[in-house]
Design a protein around this ligand. Structure first.
Ligand code: G
Ligand code: G
Ligand code: MN
Length: 520
């Protein structure tokens, strides 16, 4: 039997589709992580900007009050004012008053010596931020009429932004118009941040930026990863399964048939053969069925031609015989007198290994070759060497031969003389117009006459009505199969029918033929 496993290409395609599905969902979870992180940074920046704006406004007010009425110099009264304004107003212990030259300064503790370097570092007009890691942010204000400048540190900013300290890798900074950045809280991003979200202060030329490091970005992705996997794995698996099934469905029919054999999708039904004289079921014809995964139960005329064309009919018939050998004898009342007929095709007659394969398939079974009938159609009964070999081999083994579909093709009568054919099976088309005194009756007469002259037992196929049965009986044809008696049935049903028999009306009214049409 040919071994036809799942095509590697289908499996690979399905796996690729599954991975693609998983990747898409993971990518979406990554997008989600990015959005969440950005929303968090934006909220941080907004909160911090509001806090910084409030502090700067307070500082502006304080600076204004300090500057008013200062005429230069740094006596005890000025220092005390500076101390009160800074400390009381802003909680800042450091505050600085610079004179017009910008060098001499006054602190809450008293005068500072002139320092040219200090002047050089003075920024321009208006409230500004000076970078000063120890003191934090400084706010400065120029005094009117060039009297000098007042500057104080804005403390408390970092204190009010403590909320950020729990998030590693996330930091806040204040950025001036010159682009210089002062760290406010959290983790300062020294070597450039992976994500930056800024918020401008409404009344100062400053903005607050919330930053996240690469590590923080990764941590955020890690948070959405379980969700991504939870959704992505089933989606990926589902996608892989659908692709695999779609590939299976789109397989060429001959591959589907080969897989059917491998996957046990084939089944058999038994069509009872009845002797109308006694009503006894003396045998049955084995018929194939295919439970196709998407098309449902198929009858053999839809796939047997394909099986014959591709040569798959050989392994299929071997399977069928193994199945018959397994079913037999079941609960048959008289197994040794029972005949089972199996259809052979032209491919069987062409293959020299047929007899050996058949013998192997039923070896060890309770079925003897005498109980087997092999059906061959007229068309296939050609006089070539291998057909002769096969038919002679079957005969030698002890099996019988039936000529199927008789009356449909051109009968190769010379072939009939060469082979020992026990049965002629009248094709069911011969019965269709019967009993109306037309040509159909004449043809049936001639065929039955020919069969009896050839000294073969005649079997009528496709007996559906009482009229057909009577027409056959009138001509001496008693072996019948057809829906009048029974549809093809599973083996246990066959055994039941054989035990009960098909009694005629005269012996058992009501329970006779046709009263028990079994499912096909
Ligand atoms: O059961 P149904 O009427 O569908 O059968 C249709 C045809 O399929 C019949 O002509 C019958 O001979 C053929 N068939 C059924 N089973 C087999 C089989 O096992 N081998 C071959 N070669 N033909 C079969
Ligand atoms: O071709 P072959 O003789 O192998 O096939 C016989 C087929 O005829 C079977 O598939 C069977 O299902 C079908 N058959 C059997 N009895 C009847 C019947 O009474 N009417 C019709 N229409 N088909 C039948
Ligand atoms: Mn047949």
């Amino acid at each position: 039997m040919p071994r036809l496993p799942v095509r590697a290409r289908d499996a690979l395609l399905a796996a690729a589709a599954g991975l693609l599905g998983l990747a898409c969902v993971l990518w979406l979870s990554r997008l989600l992580a990015e959005r969440v992180l950005r929303a968090e940074l934006d909220a941080d920046a907004r909160t911090a900007a509001a806090a910084v704006a409030t502090l700067l406004e307070q500082a502006d007010g304080t600076l204004e009050r300090l500057g008013q009425g200062w005429g230069g110099g740094c006596d005890a009264a000025v220092a005390a004012r500076l101390h009160d304004a800074a400390l009381v107003g802003l909680g800042a212990s450091e505050a600085l008053l610079l004179d017009a030259s910008g060098t001499a300064a006054c602190t809450p503790a008293g005068p500072l010596p002139a320092d040219p370097a200090r002047r050089a570092s003075r920024p321009g007009e208006g409230p500004v931020v000076v970078e000063s890691p120890s003191a934090g942010i400084r706010v400065s204000r120029r005094l009117p009429a060039g009297r000098g400048e007042v500057t104080i540190p804005v403390l408390g900013v970092a204190r009010s932004l403590r909320f950020l300290e729990g998030t590693p890798g996330v930091g806040l900074r204040l950025v001036g118009t010159d682009g210089r950045a002062v760290p406010l809280a959290g983790t300062p991003q020294a070597a450039g941040a992976a994500r930056v979200l800024g918020r401008a202060l409404p009344r100062h030329a400053l903005s607050v930026q919330a930053t996240a490091s690469e590590a923080a970005v990764r941590a955020s992705r890690r948070r959405t990863l379980p969700l991504g996997l939870l959704l992505g794995l089933p989606s990926g698996l589902g996608l892989a399964a659908s692709v695999f099934l779609a590939r299976r469905q789109s397989l060429p029919p001959e591959r589907q048939l080969a897989l059917a054999l491998e996957r046990d999708e084939l089944d058999v039904r038994y069509l009872p053969l009845v002797d109308a004289r006694t009503g006894r079921c003396t045998g049955a014809e084995v018929l194939l069925r295919w439970d196709h995964p998407s098309l449902g139960r198929l009858r053999p005329d839809t796939f047997v031609p394909l099986a014959e064309e591709t040569g798959l009919i050989l392994p299929i018939t071997e399977w069928l015989l193994r199945r018959v050998a397994r079913d037999f004898p079941g609960a048959l009342p008289d197994p040794s007198a029972f005949h089972l007929s199996v259809n052979l095709s032209a491919a069987h007659l062409r293959s020299r290994g047929t007899v050996e394969a058949i013998r192997r398939a039923v070896a060890g079974a309770a079925l003897s070759p005498r109980q087997l009938v092999f059906e061959v159609t007229e068309r296939d009964l050609v006089e070539d060497e291998s057909a002769q070999h096969v038919l002679a081999g079957l005969e030698e083994w002890g099996a019988s031969l039936a000529l199927d579909d008789f009356g449909t093709g051109f009968s190769n009568l010379s072939a009939l003389q060469r082979f020992r054919v026990e049965y002629l099976k009248l094709d069911r088309s011969l019965l269709s117009g019967i009993g109306r005194g037309g040509l159909a009756d004449t043809v049936l007469d001639a065929v039955v006459d020919l069969a009896s002259r050839l000294e073969m037992a005649v079997v009528a196929e496709g007996v559906e009505t009482r009229e057909q049965l009577e027409a056959l009986e009138k001509r001496g044809v008693f072996l019948c199969q057809g829906w009048y008696f029974s549809r093809p049935v599973p083996f246990d049903e066959l055994a039941r029918l054989a035990a009960r028999g098909f009694a005629g009306e005269e012996t058992s009214p009501g329970a006779g033929p046709g009263a028990h049409l079994a499912r096909p």
